[in-house]
Design a protein around this ligand. Structure first.
Ligand SMILES: Nc1nc2c(ncn2[C@@H]2O[C@H](COP(=O)(O)OP(=O)(O)O)[C@@H](O)[C@H]2O)c(=O)[nH]1
Ligand SMILES: [Mg+2]
Length: 228
């Protein structure tokens, strides 16, 4: 009898010391070029070694398909969470192929990119419902009061999905975190440089806070399900 009890006893102690949560679906959303893929790559580099989630470019709409990285375990203090990272195509209200030609792209390639980017926007929105929590990645040198940002946030509020706002590119001179905080006062905002890995500790702390919020939401969802 006692042989059976002892391992269980240890198991319980271990699970209390180190809480492991599984497969939180974490989406990276925002307008094109905010640094969603750069941030997702930074996370996979930090926790999976060299592996990357996808390509980065100064030309907008580089990510035109959903990119997923499964089983990314992030540790913070005595907790550990396993994430499924979902990097999404940038959301835009206007996609003009001529804008891509300004970067030296040929008309045919620019037109194809615009078509794929438009499909990408629809994909991103479709995937929203599936997320446990969302990180909105914004370029902190840009005006945050845009139609796209307000639409994304509105969608998340309606679905009661917990949100963390990232004010990215703090390495740049024009970066203004305060302006982003003022635009979305109901959300936690954290300033980082995904490219140079600045302030990542605070970022991971915020991600763990976000999961706590998403857990409450998931519990509520379960209860509602039972009542049905
Ligand atoms: N200076 C600076 N540039 C960044 C930072 N994060 C991303 N970028 C650049 O911004 C551009 C768009 O990045 P990307 O990750 O493709 O943005 P996405 O469209 O949101 O996925 C690329 O040229 C990146 O190198 C940052 O923290 N600082
Ligand atoms: Mg991208």
């Amino acid at each position: 009898m006692s042989i059976l009890i002892i391992p269980n006893f240890f198991k319980r102690i271990f699970s209390n010391l180190f809480t492991i949560e599984k497969h939180i679906k974490l989406g990276f959303y925002g307008p094109p070029n905010g640094g969603k893929t750069t941030l997702a790559n930074r996370i996979t580099k930090d926790w999976l070694g060299g592996e990357e989630i996808g390509k980065v470019s100064k030309i907008p709409h580089e990510t035109r398909k959903i990119q997923i990285k499964e089983k990314v375990e992030i540790k913070h203090k005595s907790r550990s969470i396993i994430f499924k990272l979902v990097d999404t195509p940038g959301i835009a209200t206007k996609i003009d192929y001529e804008d891509f030609m300004k970067f030296g792209m040929k008309s045919k390639d620019a037109k194809r990119r615009a078509k794929e980017a438009t499909k990408g926007v629809i994909e991103s929105i479709k995937w929203l419902d599936d997320m446990d929590a969302v990180i909105i990645v914004l370029d902190s040198t840009q005006n945050p009061y845009t139609q796209v940002n307000i639409t994304i946030i509105g969608n998340l509020v309606a679905r009661k999905i917990p949100v963390l706002v990232v004010a990215n590119k703090t390495d740049k001179k024009k970066s203004n975190i305060k302006k982003i905080e003022a635009a979305f006062p109901e959300y936690e905002a954290v300033g980082i440089s995904a490219k140079y890995g600045k302030n990542m500790e605070e970022f991971y702390e915020s991600v763990f806070n976000l999961v706590r919020k998403s857990k409450r939401k998931r519990k509520k969802k379960k209860k509602r399900g039972r009542r049905k």
